[in-house]
Design a protein around this ligand. Sequence first.
Ligand code: FES
Ligand code: FES
Length: 184
Amino acid sequence: HSPSSDIILRINGTSHSLTIDNRTTLLDVLRERLGLTGTKKGCDHGQCGACTVLVDGERVNSCLMFAVTAEEREIVSIEGVAALPDGGGELHPVQRAFLDHDGLQCGYCTPGQICSAIGALGEAGRGWPSHVTEDTATGVADASALDAREVRERMSGNLCRCGAYNGIVEAVLEAAGAQGAQDT
Ligand code: FES
Ligand code: FES
């Protein structure tokens, strides 16, 4: 018998009371306990990014996070991104950009790619290249200075077996408001 905990998880704006084995990952809670199967399980070992969600606005591999450590934090999965403050209601601008730029083929990696992209675009001023300057008044980085190389680097934790990378990079550049998205 392994130790279990009663926890409350806040996911996509809703609180869920759960009794879970302490070793349960956030990924398994999302998929198996709450039926939020938009978040995918690829490797289950932190290698592929398919399970990426946002925790307090930062991208996290949910297969590597114990659900008990996510208590009292704001979790957003792909099912909730459109309802984010910048979400646009029906489709988040990053989701729209993935559609417009064919940033997906089979779609298995896509929820993770999109959550990762939203997290990446929110990483204002933290380790961004020097040409992506932070506006000192607003504290917001000028994401439109991103280029394809930087986006590839920032998104390198999310693998795509279908090789939809060109479309993914274009989509992220567009969502960033970047000028001159790369040629295909
Ligand atoms: Fe989590 Fe692959 S399933 S990184
Ligand atoms: Fe198939 Fe990325 S679209 S794995």
